[in-house]
Write a protein that binds this ligand. Sequence first.
Ligand SMILES: Nc1ncnc2c1ncn2[C@@H]1O[C@H](COP(=O)(O)OP(=O)(O)OP(=O)(O)O)[C@@H](O)[C@H]1O
Ligand SMILES: O=C(O)c1ccc[n+]([C@@H]2O[C@H](COP(=O)([O-])O)[C@@H](O)[C@H]2O)c1
Length: 201
Amino acid sequence: MRQGFPIARPGMRIGILGGSFDPAHSGHALITREALRRFSLDQVWWMISPGNPLKRAGPAPMAQRIAQAAQVIQDPRVVITDIEARIGTRFTADTLAHLQAIYPGVRFVWLMGADNLVQFDQWDHWRDIMDRVPVGILARPGWRMRGRTARAARIYAQFELPARAAHALGDMQTPAWSFVNIPMSPLSSSAIRAQGIWPRR
Ligand SMILES: Nc1ncnc2c1ncn2[C@@H]1O[C@H](COP(=O)(O)OP(=O)(O)OP(=O)(O)O)[C@@H](O)[C@H]1O
Ligand SMILES: O=C(O)c1ccc[n+]([C@@H]2O[C@H](COP(=O)([O-])O)[C@@H](O)[C@H]2O)c1
């Protein structure tokens, strides 16, 4: 965990994996390593959300989620950050606007699992997100087909970058998105919570 705002130089390609991370698990680590490789990213920031605007139940306290995330991944290319809470945003479109203002010249790529693509068209100002940054989608068990046929995917079909060219995603003019098939993990935070081992008391 870097205190304050992470350091980034102009020209860097940085993937933002926003999430509840309630708790972080090895599925997050897997998609992060794949995103780094497939989208040729310099870093991925695990942006621990103050709370998903579409989820009714609030997550475990931020400090607990950050500490757990730091146990799940130790990679110099991965930064765990509460930047969204610091900025005071929880809608992704707002957050990305702030990040681009704070870090001019940094090439941000929004990352998400295929499950989020399915409801992406319900996010606040989702088309602004498409206009602002390239979007990298990582396959998730049970969600590949639904992701591919999601409303957002259909509306932006002409802007899809084929997976074989995904390494160039960060340099693309927006809108641009790419869906990559990767080795998949069935893990989910909800399954871990259902086991009653999280949140820790
Ligand atoms: N196993 C996985 N495969 C692919 N993507 C994943 C996986 N786990 C999480 N993600 C993605 O990581 C991001 C953050 O996910 P989140 O922290 O909500 O975890 P989750 O396991 O999806 O949680 P929950 O089960 O509570 O919805 C989201 O974009 C989600 O799609
Ligand atoms: O901006 C929105 O309307 C919006 C709606 C749903 C989810 N998000 C973001 O999507 C990311 C993934 O959320 P989650 O809860 O699936 O981990 C996280 O950064 C959320 O803030 C954002």
